[in-house]
Design a protein around this ligand. Structure first.
Ligand code: HEC
Length: 397
């Protein structure tokens, strides 16, 4: 369905732009908060607890943060919520367009778990919203009151969700679900905690009531969580280009390790904004990434190749032709154990070893081999026009 491709293109474009605006604002405000310094006395007397000066785009900016609030709410107050909401809405739309409409091709891997599309989609939604509910409950319970215990809970939640996703879904679908869960927790933090406490603060200032410092603290804690989630989340957004990660035998462990290292690297920047320089974090982070790369690329003992290839019976003459074409032009890369010298892992996780796999990816195959014609890559195997037309003929049947 070409219109679905177009929809996916437009929504993805929008999603990336909205995401840049959201994460950009998040980075900016964490930086801002950490960079505030004690202001001169006359500002302190006005209730300002920190200020900073910046120069950008041809002008000077003076920012002041109040301990409680201004004397009255200015006419125009900026909120920064639609960046988060629009990123989430477009992200969920993409998940539906790509992974739920295309569940058979992208979300379900029968060698992981043989799900029907309806099952896969229900598990996917349950996974995302169930995870959000667990996180929210934990934050509001006693667990949330002790930072150390809560950190332990959060680590457990992440490890279990990485494992569970790869237990249910294709590698690629699993990673994107962990990303969707993290993104949903982040937007939930904005929606359920940060925005309500900001509304309470604005209301208190408007009606000259006391501001409960707890509101600000709660919101601050959630935005710190969000801040540590940003780098892992962005890795997941681009992970579908790197099948060596999500196709790995221990893909859940790879993801846990990448989340841990990237959140730790974020920590370096958070400290740096406070004038604490700990380059050791970057060094340890780099060593961590190198270890992950080593772990991923460690040569595997060659198991009997293509054991999953089952002999096919009852294929029509045309189908046999199609399978031969794919064996000739595609499986050197798109296979369980590719023979290509560069692509040692099936690109985008697309494997075409068996007839079932060919059938469930029929739409995609025709798209790339007969319509856009960018497959086989660089046409190194000289696929002919007749062969491409044959694929279309088969697809139309
Ligand atoms: C030399 C290696 C190689 C060969 C041979 C090859 N491909 Fe690919 N294929 C790739 C790479 C690399 C990508 C990922 C490129 C991208 O990001 O779009 C890819 C992506 C694809 C995709 C997109 C998958 C998705 O999930 O979106 C399809 C479909 C595809 N190839 C079909 C084929 C078909 C059909 C053939 C044979 C006619 C073929 N490829 C031959 C390397 C190859």
């Amino acid at each position: 369905m070409p219109w679905l491709e177009w929809l996916s293109l437009l929504v993805k474009w929008f999603h990336v732009v909205a995401g840049i605006a959201w994460i950009g604002a998040s980075f900016y405000f964490i930086w801002l908060d950490n960079s505030l310094r004690t202001p001169p006395k006359w500002k302190q007397d006005k209730g300002i607890k920190g200020d900073l000066w910046a120069v950008h785009g041809g002008g000077f900016y003076e920012v002041a943060k109040y301990s409680y609030g201004p004397e009255e709410i200015p006419k125009k107050l900026h909120w920064f919520k639609w960046e988060a909401y629009s990123t989430w809405i477009s992200g969920m739309a993409l998940l539906i367009i790509i992974y739920y409409f295309g569940a058979a091709a992208y979300l379900i891997d029968p060698s992981v778990k043989a799900l029907t599309p309806a099952q896969a989609v229900s598990y996917g939604l349950l996974y995302i919203f169930g995870g959000l509910a667990l996180y929210e409950l934990a934050c509001r319970s006693k667990l949330g009151q002790s930072p150390k215990v809560f950190a332990l809970f959060l680590v457990t939640l992440i490890v279990v969700s990485c494992w569970l996703a790869t237990y249910l879904f294709s590698g690629r679908g699993a990673y994107i679900h962990v990303g969707a869960l993290i993104g949903t927790i982040m937007v939930g933090n904005v929606f359920f905690t940060i925005m309500p406490s900001q509304r309470k603060m604005v209301n208190a200032v408007t009606h000259k009531l006391d501001i409960d410092p707890k509101w600000g603290e709660g919101a601050k804690l959630r935005s710190v969580h969000n801040n540590y989630f940003t780098l892992p989340l962005i890795f997941i957004m681009i992970s579908n280009h790197y099948p060596m990660t999500y196709q790995h035998q221990y893909n859940w462990l790879v993801l846990v390790a990448i989340i841990a290292v990237s959140a730790y690297i974020r920590h370096y920047f958070n400290l740096k904004h406070n004038d604490i320089h700990k380059p050791s974090i970057l060094v340890i982070g780099a060593i961590g990434m190198a270890l992950i790369a080593l772990f991923i690329s460690w040569p595997k003992p060659t198991t009997s190749a293509n054991t999953e290839q089952t002999p096919q019976v009852n294929l029509s003459a045309l189908e046999v032709n199609v399978q031969n074409i794919i064996n000739t032009h595609c499986v050197s890369c798109h296979a369980n154990n590719p023979t290509d010298s560069i692509f040692t892992v099936a690109p985008l996780g697309l494997k075409l070893d068996s007839w079932e796999q060919i059938q469930s990816n029929a739409q995609k195959i025709v798209n790339r081999a007969a319509i856009t014609k960018d497959m086989p890559l660089m046409n190194r195997s000289n696929m002919t026009e007749e062969e491409r037309l044959l694929l279309v003929k088969w697809f139309n049947q």
